[in-house]
Write a protein that binds this ligand. Structure first.
Ligand code: ZN
Length: 322
């Protein structure tokens, strides 16, 4: 999928060090928001753990793991994307069977957050007293769906959100339209999966135009009414509007401070927007980030939020005049 993004994370380095020191844990929990790529990330770790060269990606073991057909690395769920009690039963039984090829046997569970509580309880015993040479690799997008008893018996590692730049570099081959990709990365949540989804999103361009229009033309309280009603036509996409706006404000601030913009086209679009001192931009950025958080709350009142945000932009311009 990409060149070395996973390999550069601390999570990966920690497991690499554990292996080098001969101190691999019997169970790891990998937290990764990117549900789409979770299974493929688990494969990276399986290769790291089982390949003699530490996950070269080229050898027979690595190639077989990639195809999920290496005898000592078993991936779950077997079918579909929900892990079932049968899957857990299979892990428990199979964990007593000696490795066939190497000296370790690995079980990888993708989407562990979907494991029913009963299945988690069953797995506890294996986590407490794992058969020798067995390694469990749990991958979850949300740790809180796992029982505390499970969480306390695994070594937890986190794949952090990636920067826009990292995402653009990772996806530029599969997503060749540069402007679209920059926008998708800026609006995403730091995962490749979400950026790819947004890259294919027809609405995103329109949202970009609306947001840029707001950033450039918010001048008076009359504009607040005009734009809040436009925003209400895109109620479901308010979160994306805020993401776009914060990336625009960030680029404007970067330009003011002589830095480099992440998205040159976006920077071009808002060039010449009036009334923004550096202070006003910092203010707008802070309020936009706050709006992002509020929009994510399930009981957010969109109209109030939109107006609050638009006024906050004006307010910043007013407070931070030259
Ligand atoms: Zn290899």
């Amino acid at each position: 999928m990409e060149g070395g993004l996973i390999e550069r994370t601390n999570a990966y380095k920690i497991v690499a060090n554990d292996k080098k020191a001969g101190r691999l844990f019997h169970a790891y929990l990998l937290l990764d928001k990117d549900e789409k790529y979770l299974r493929s990330t688990l494969k990276r770790f399986a290769k790291l753990i089982l390949c003699e060269k530490g996950g070269c990606g080229e050898c027979r073991v690595c190639r077989l793991i990639e195809k999920e057909s290496y005898a000592d690395a078993v991936f779950f769920p077997k079918i579909g994307d929900k892990i079932l009690t049968e899957d857990v039963n299979a892990i428990i039984e199979d964990s007593f069977v000696k490795p066939l090829e190497g000296d370790k046997k690995l079980f990888a569970v993708s989407g562990a957050q979907n494991m029913p509580a009963a299945a988690q309880n069953k797995l506890l015993k294996t986590l407490e007293e794992p058969p020798q040479n067995v390694i469990l690799l749990l991958g979850a997008s949300n740790p809180y769906a796992l029982l505390p008893t499970v969480r306390s018996r695994v070594k937890t590692l986190e794949i952090p959100p990636f920067t826009d730049g990292e995402i653009v570099r990772a996806l530029e081959k599969t997503c060749p339209d540069k402007e679209k990709l920059a926008l998708a990365a800026a609006c995403g949540d730091g995962t490749l999966g979400r950026a790819e989804e947004l890259y294919g999103d027809e609405e995103l361009e329109k949202l970009f135009d609306l947001t840029a229009d707001i950033v450039v033309n918010m001048r008076s309280s009359r504009d607040v009414l005009k734009y809040s009603s436009l925003l209400m036509k895109n109620k479901e996409r308010m979160g994306d509007v805020f993401s776009i706006a914060s990336s625009l404000f960030r680029d404007m601030l970067a330009e003011k401070e002589g830095g480099r913009a992440i998205d040159p086209r976006a920077q071009e679009r808002v060039r010449g927007a009036e009334g923004y001192t550096a202070g006003a931009l910092v203010h707008a950025l802070e309020k936009t980030e706050e709006a992002q958080k509020r929009a994510a709350a399930f009981n957010a009142n969109e109209t109030m939020l939109a107006e609050w945000w638009l006024f906050a932009i004006l307010e910043g311009k007013h407070i931070w005049q030259k």
